[in-house]
Write a protein that binds this ligand. Structure first.
Ligand code: SF4
Ligand code: SF4
Ligand code: SF4
Length: 235
């Protein structure tokens, strides 16, 4: 199999030299994909943020397509159309993957919570990559339909199995794009929030006595008390 990326006239520039590798018993010539950026690929990914590509989210898959020659057939929500667009961007032939992608392509899905059964545990909120679920502790939860990407990540964590995934109509191209852009923004905003919380946690001073035995803790506290008393006497 020959991956024929970067069709240019004349010899390839040094940065575009092909690498030779092994694949299923045949020699595979892989052209670098540095004619394209992750942002260009991310712009055409569906932004379901489902992780089915095994890269965790859409942008990491886009980065892997550019920098690590990831396979072009790893996004089931994109379906056959998405496969063809990716193939076109990276100058590869989608044909060998078309039948398999037709099989594994995902329809458009929407999560719906059977609210009467919801126990308000908030596990679905924690799992949702685009903050499309409303609710708080011990209160009924609901999905904001316009913001749900159908990623299914909320289903498994629900302890009472009260989330259904229903198939919904495909959107037209403009609507699809608008929804994907909104999902990207919501995903990024959530990541930023989670990073801020994690950094604040890291920066929080730890109690010095955490790893001390009870005897040592007592000694540590007595010494601190003594130092405080001495300081008071000295002032
Ligand atoms: S939609 Fe899912 S499978 Fe496709 S790139 Fe995004 S995270 Fe990966
Ligand atoms: S509500 Fe569920 S299916 Fe919809 S985006 Fe959030 S986690 Fe995914
Ligand atoms: S995980 Fe299930 S039970 Fe828990 S809040 Fe979400 S829908 Fe309700």
């Amino acid at each position: 199999m020959l991956h024929t990326a970067c069709a240019t006239s004349g010899p390839p520039s040094p940065t575009l030299l092909p690498q030779v590798g092994e694949g299923r018993g045949e020699t595979v010539i892989v052209m670098p994909r540095n004619h394209i950026t992750p942002e260009q690929i991310d712009a055409i990914l569906p932004q379901t943020q489902c992780g089915l590509c095994s890269y965790g989210a859409c942008m990491p898959y886009a980065e892997a397509l550019v920098h690590s020659n990831a396979a072009i057939n790893l996004c089931p929500p994109g379906g056959v159309n998405g496969l063809q667009i990716i193939a076109n961007l990276v100058n590869e032939d989608p044909e060998p993957f078309m039948a398999e992608m037709a099989e594994k392509a995902k329809p458009k899905l929407l999560a719906v919570i059977r609210e009467a059964e919801c126990i308000g545990c908030t596990k679905c909120i924690q799992a949702c990559p685009v903050d499309a679920i409303l609710g708080s502790g011990k209160l009924m939860h609901t999905v904001i339909a316009a913001e749900c990407t159908g990623c299914e990540l909320c289903v498994a964590p629900c302890p009472v199995d009260c989330i259904d995934m229903i198939t919904v109509n495909e959107l037209n191209e403009t609507e699809e794009k608008r929804k994907a852009n909104m999902a990207r923004e919501r995903f990024n905003a959530r990541q930023q929030r989670l990073n801020t919380v994690a950094n604040e946690e890291k920066a929080r001073p730890t109690i010095a006595t955490t790893n001390l035995s009870n005897d040592n803790k007592k000694a540590f506290l007595q010494a601190a008390l003594l130092r405080a008393q001495q300081k008071k006497i000295g002032s």
